[in-house]
Design a protein around this ligand. Structure first.
Ligand SMILES: N#Cc1ccc(Nc2nc(N)cc(-n3ccc(CO)n3)n2)cc1
Length: 287
């Protein structure tokens, strides 16, 4: 279902880290059309050889992302297979994953964070309309294409990355470690992965964004994480009540009660409005 890229047309540059089961590298791909040579900078995502048996699922993720196109979905150029190596070739997104960007202590404004949350919500809304489940929404898979500079009023621009190897292929411990991003019903049976699960993960991701990339339940062991769900606990609420409400609506243990994407976008819009009003009042007060 997607473009096969010749290994010889790829060039590996520096290593940029690793995800679960994958390693990522900066690189370039060379195409020739109408006699002209084009070199494009790319992100090369290699599936670890030990997880070779997951390659169908790995490519499934790639094909999902290349079947549909949306401004807030990562562009996947294609895949390349070379011996035991399975490589996904993606557009290179300038500032990388949001979790590392936020951890690097960039202080970003509330409106910056709301803007990013709204872009993610619109990507989710698009996937919902196409009846496609992502299954791994988190700031690690949210890529920053434009930093945005609130003092200059330019806004950030994010793209949702591929979900990686499907949660149905992962061991129990890997799924447990994804608490609190993974919806509770998925823990019971990974086949339960539905659109509603992406809304739960959206809630945990917005919580991360407003906690400057600090992972929720950071350092908790798998036993404590499992108990977090067994006792129906919620993440520590934000002081901003309306934001805390949106996050807890998304992280509702009964999947049917989670809000629609339209409701999520509506609530984000009203947070943006009230955020701006608060800023005006405070500016007014200062003046
Ligand atoms: N320093 C630095 C730096 C690192 C990466 C990029 N660019 C990029 N482009 C993509 N297409 C995907 C990714 N990812 C990063 C984590 C994941 C896991 O999903 N993907 N990073 C840019 C700068």
């Amino acid at each position: 279902q997607f473009h096969m890229i010749k290994y010889k047309d790829l060039k590996w540059e520096e290593s940029l880290g690793q995800g679960s089961f994958t390693r990522i590298f900066k690189g370039s791909k060379t195409d020739v059309h109408d006699g002209e040579k084009h070199v494009t900078e790319v992100l090369l995502k290699e599936l670890d050889v030990v997880h070779k048996n997951c390659w169908e699922s790995f490519f499934e993720a790639a094909s999902l992302m290349s079947q549909i196109s949306h401004k807030h979905l990562l562009l996947v150029y294609g895949v390349s297979v070379h011996g035991v190596k399975n490589i996904m070739v993606q557009e290179f997104v300038k500032y990388g994953a949001l979790d590392l960007y936020l951890k690097r202590g960039r202080s970003v404004s509330v409106s910056w964070k709301l803007d990013v949350a709204k872009q993610l919500a619109s990507a989710l809304n698009f996937l919902e309309e196409k009846n496609i489940v992502h299954g791994n929404i988190c700031t690690k898979n949210l890529l920053l294409a434009r930093e945005g500079d609130t003092s200059q009023g330019s806004s950030p621009f994010v793209k949702l990355s591929d979900p990686g190897v499907s949660v149905t292929m992962l061991g129990k411990d890997v799924i447990l470690d994804r608490i609190p991003w993974v919806a509770p019903e998925v823990l019971e049976a990974p086949e339960n992965l539905t659109m509603e699960c992406d809304k739960w993960s959206f809630g945990a991701t917005v919580w991360e964004i407003f906690n400057n990339g600090n992972a929720p339940l950071r350092g908790w062991d798998l036993k404590r994480k499992r108990q977090f769900y067994e006792s129906f606990q919620q993440l520590p609420p934000s002081q901003w009540t309306e934001l805390a409400d949106l996050i807890s609506q998304c992280m509702e243990y009964q999947s049917a009660f989670r809000p629609s994407c339209r409701s999520i976008i509506r609530q984000l819009n009203s947070l943006i409005t009230s955020g701006n009003k608060a800023m005006m009042h405070c500016l007014f007060f200062v003046v």
